[in-house]
Design a protein around this ligand. Structure first.
Ligand code: DGT
Ligand code: CA
Ligand code: CA
Ligand code: ZN
Length: 577
């Protein structure tokens, strides 16, 4: 069991405690579970390894006392937690689905359940449509509308999983499959290989001796919830978190054709198949055929080559112009993780991060970076412990001091300055002037009308100290739609002012998304890819940002944080004298 699974159980308990409110200490109890959840999530070692080590104790983990340590022990040993099951039994299970809705927290779930006996998303939708929610305490016509919007997002998202969940699951499964001796190659195909922001199901391609043995081994993976189908060449399962995994057992001789086929996308495959047809051939998951004769099947390269094309990177395979570009020899040479030289958005303990400036810098150095920009929150974001002017000035000093302590990497002082409701910034120009690079973003009043939001963003971009626009659309994957605004206008103004757009690589955001990244590139705009790290481990999320950049056709030259530090600074908007 991974830390994230344990953290998910604690999050569930915290929600249940808040919904149930059984005794006077509920708020305190829930907060304790929240704290443990956060700390477990970012704990650098696997709790399972600590539990196995007789010389160590789970209470080493911050926020984990004797009681929680015992619960974690039970989870690790049995895969279950009696306490959780007891709490779950007290309410309809479907109540927890409501928590998936943006703006609906456990307190609201409790309110809806107690007052209107709302148990499911359908119940909630019916109540909102009937105007029954607006009169409840703390609700309004506007919040009722927001709930309907959230239900729409939920319906669209349901059944899909975030890229990071899919990628991490694929890695765990790969590690597990490798334990079986006959296994040779394992490659995740499908939308994961293409780096899509969400994944419907996981497609794993496996070669090796003894297919039946591999299938049996896979079918006994401890994380399986249900086996859907098990044959000689394919095993389909649903994992305990409901993610479906299709494992295909293949022969080496047809591996390339299968990899090509199962990588997709379907649209790309359809176009390729047409291409084959025009030559009088047939393309399938088994190979490229002329009549009965196999023309290509062993490698993907071979399949593309026979079709008169260079190999096309999986991230481009959406039939959005990549086949034409390949034909004309105009495929982009996509940016790679190894090209990245620094990270320009991260938080420290000064606001809502979990580590010091020095710890973040050391971790960035380990990744081979040449620079980082520290961007703690400004004062408007009170829930993230945003810094007021006085603390911000002290923080700049602290960052400068860290430069002396951690050598071999540039540590720049910046901030993620809030764009206030009217487009003014949360800090004075006087303060902004003292920072190396100012990044701005929206964290409040996200539901304002499009025109107002557009004006708000345009005004912020016109402030001469602003150099990066953070998570420009505000969307959260599977949770929150982008805010409404005129993207064209905002892009144009950013370009005019020389403000760089961020591709926030946190897999919760991936904002800009692939399509918008591609649009920026077509306009000749550069982007930076950052992680918005709140912990040294999060710096590694850069890979998801890079995947999205690749899906947006970006080359190294399109991404400013592939430049060495001096060049990067020179290519940002010039500051007022
Ligand atoms: P997902 O799972 O919804 O995130 O998206 P994919 O792309 O992984 O789709 P999936 O799992 O249904 O199928 C994996 C690949 O198999 C897909 O990308 C292309 C190929 N494939 C599946 N169905 C068809 C089909 O009807 N025609 C063609 N040409 N290819 C297909
Ligand atoms: Ca799939
Ligand atoms: Ca599939
Ligand atoms: Zn932010």
């Amino acid at each position: 069991m991974e830390n994230r699974d344990i953290a998910a159980v604690f999050e569930k308990i915290s929600n249940l405690v808040r919904i149930l409110q059984e005794d006077s200490k509920w708020a305190f109890k829930a907060a304790a579970y929240d704290r443990a959840k956060r700390s477990i999530e970012s704990f650098p070692e696997r709790l399972e390894d600590i539990a196995r080590d007789p010389k160590r104790k789970l209470t080493e983990v911050p926020g984990v006392g004797e009681d929680l340590a015992k619960k974690i022990g039970e989870l690790l040993e049995t895969g279950k937690l009696t306490y959780l099951e007891e709490q779950l039994a007290k309410i309809p299970a479907s109540l927890l689905d409501l928590l998936q809705l943006q703006t609906v927290g456990p307190q609201k779930v409790r309110l809806f359940y107690k007052e209107l006996d709302i148990r499911t998303v359908d119940d909630l939708e019916a109540a909102a449509k009937a105007g029954k929610l607006r009169d409840l305490p703390g609700m309004s016509v506007k919040s009722e509308e927001n709930i309907l919007k959230a239900i729409e997002v939920y319906r669209r998202a349901s059944g899909r999983f975030r890229l990071d969940t899919a990628a991490e699951t694929a890695e765990e499964l790969t590690e597990y499959l490798r334990k079986f001796k006959g296994v040779e190659e394992i490659t995740p195909a499908g939308s994961l290989r293409r780096g899509r922001e969400t994944v419907g199901d996981l497609d794993l391609l496996v070669t090796g001796r003894d297919h039946a043995g591999i299938a049996d081994h896979f079918a006994s993976y401890p994380g399986i919830g249900q086996i859907l189908a098990k044959g000689e060449d394919k095993v389909s399962v649903k994992l305990q978190n409901d993610l479906q995994v299709d494992v295909r057992l293949l022969e080496h001789s047809a591996y390339g054709a299968a990899l090509q086929y199962f990588t997709g996308s379907k649209e790309h495959n359809v176009a390729l198949r047409e291409r084959a047809k025009k030559k009088g051939w047939k393309l399938s998951e088994y190979g490229l055929y002329h009549g009965e004769k196999v023309i290509a099947s062993r490698t993907e390269e071979e399949v593309y080559e026979k079709l008169g094309l260079p190999w096309i990177p999986p991230e481009l395979r959406e039939n959005l112009g990549e086949i034409e570009a390949a034909e004309e020899g105009k495929l982009p040479k996509l940016v790679e993780l190894a090209d990245i030289k620094g990270d320009l958005q991260m938080h420290t303990t000064a606001s809502d991060g979990q580590s010091s400036v020095e710890e973040m810098a050391e971790a960035a150095k380990q990744l081979g970076y040449e620079y980082i920009l520290i961007t703690d929150h400004s004062k408007a974001v009170t829930i993230a412990n945003g810094l007021d002017e006085k603390r911000a000035v002290e923080h700049i000093k602290r960052i400068h001091a860290a430069r002396k302590k951690v050598q071999g990497i540039e540590i720049w002082a910046g901030a993620e300055v809030d764009i206030l409701g009217d487009g003014r910034l949360d800090y004075s120009d006087e303060l902004l002037r003292q920072m190396d690079i100012v990044l701005v973003s929206v964290h409040s009043r996200m539901t304002m009308p499009a025109e107002e939001m557009t004006e708000r963003l345009l005004k912020a971009l016109r402030n001469p100290y602003v150099r990066i626009l953070g998570h420009p659309t505000g969307r959260q994957i599977l949770k929150r739609d982008p805010f409404s605004f005129d993207l064209e206008k905002v892009f144009a103004e950013a370009q005019k002012q020389g403000v760089i757009l961020e591709l926030n690589g946190n897999p919760e955001r991936l904002d800009l998304c692939d399509r918008h990244v591609k649009l920026a590139r077509e306009r000749g705009m550069k982007v930076i890819i950052s992680t918005d790290a709140h912990h040294p481990e999060h710096l590694k999320l850069m890979r998801y940002g890079v995947m999205t950049a690749r899906r947006g056709w970006l080359e190294k030259k399109d991404v400013l944080n592939t430049l060495p530090p001096e060049k990067l600074l020179k290519s940002l908007r010039a500051l007022p004298k």
